[in-house]
Design a protein around this ligand. Structure first.
Ligand SMILES: [Zn+2]
Ligand SMILES: [Zn+2]
Length: 338
């Protein structure tokens, strides 16, 4: 596919949802780009005078999340261009930046204002240099944003490489159907039954009301998950308890494991035309995602999976994120509305 046609399709998607006459979703077309086509599309977009910079950002975002035939990293040229053009880039684009891009960013961080602007971008570039730099800043979420953090001086990955996506299906549990059902154990705050969401590598679930207000921890007990005694009710939840006690209906939808192959970046943004319910890979909120600390060992928990609210209930929205501590067999869940 030539660069011109690719841009046309990307713009069509931006303007009107799915493209007419194209059967494949846009991310699949970016996935198929050869190394030559990828390089051409980058050059063509950089030089394009007609597109505004936000439209260009979407093209770079798709390239960063889906175009891997060119290799692990996108060309430095793209990042050098972005640093010249705008500091307002989607940080996800920097997930495919080579380690030396971290040095370019750090060199540019001359003032406090510049530092604030480069930190989100830098947090996506996995390198010793960015880890060192971030450790010396007053960061809030940026130290985990790229899906890794520094623990005891070493880089710890906060995700699982294998990605298992799900799709809607009226199937049976044998097909890899996501259980999505309430279990006998109760939430320690609202006394509603906990809901089992995934049951692949380990059972993952939570109280789907209380976890909208704060991170809810679970622990493993006889192959099932249960309420963790370390959960402490926050003031926000306390204030919303009337609403919480109204409860929530049973999950309505059914999902099964999809055969689609995905890389860790595929679901890393809410901006692209891909479904987000999956196990493994990177979570889709790059900024402000709260990776909890394990209530027993205190280490950062790793991201295990996410489910869209609309994949639980017809009217559902937002996203539930699940985390685990593999040392202690604990789980955690939190929620984001957007
Ligand atoms: Zn609850
Ligand atoms: Zn732990």
């Amino acid at each position: 596919m030539n660069a011109d046609r690719m841009l046309e399709l990307t713009m069509e998607l931006l303007e009107g949802g799915m493209m007419s006459g194209e059967i494949k979703p846009l991310y699949k077309l970016y996935e198929e780009l050869s190394p030559k086509e990828t390089a051409e599309l980058i050059d063509y977009t950089i030089d394009n005078q007609k597109m505004d910079s936000w439209d260009k950002q979407v093209v770079y975002l798709y390239l960063a999340l889906y175009s891997y035939q060119i290799g692990e990293y996108l060309p430095d040229k793209l990042y050098a261009h972005l640093m010249k053009e705008t500091w307002d880039s989607y940080p996800e684009i920097f997930l495919r930046a080579a380690p030396q891009v971290a040095e370019m960013l750090i060199d540019a961080a001359q003032t406090d204002e510049m530092r604030d602007q480069i930190i989100p971008l830098l947090s996506a570039v996995r390198s010793e240099k960015s880890a060192e730099f971030l450790a010396g800043t007053d960061h809030r979420w940026e130290d985990t944003a790229g899906g890794w953090c520094l623990e005891k001086g070493k880089i710890k990955e906060l995700y699982r490489e294998e990605v298992v996506p799900f799709e809607e299906s009226p199937g049976t549990e044998e097909d890899g159907w996501v259980p999505l059902r309430r279990i006998d154990r109760l939430c320690g705050f609202c006394r509603h039954p906990l809901t089992l969401i995934f049951n692949q590598k380990e059972p993952l679930g939570s109280c789907l009301v209380c976890s909208c207000y704060q991170t809810i921890y679970t622990r493993m007990e006889q192959g099932e998950f249960a309420w963790h005694e370390q959960n402490r009710k926050t003031e926000i939840l306390e204030q919303c308890m009337d609403r919480v006690l109204d409860g929530y209906p049973n999950p309505e939808r059914k999902l099964k494991r999809s055969k689609e192959f995905r890389r860790i970046t595929y679901s890393a943004s809410i901006m692209t035309d891909i479904s987000h319910t999956q196990l493994g890979g990177l979570p889709c909120r790059f900024d402000h995602l709260d990776y909890p600390d394990c209530p027993d060992c205190g280490e950062k928990m790793i991201f295990a999976g996410q489910i869209e609210g609309q994949d639980i209930w017809e009217w559902g929205d937002g996203m539930y994120y699940f985390y685990v501590c593999e040392n202690c067999n604990n789980g955690a869940c939190n929620y984001d509305q957007t």
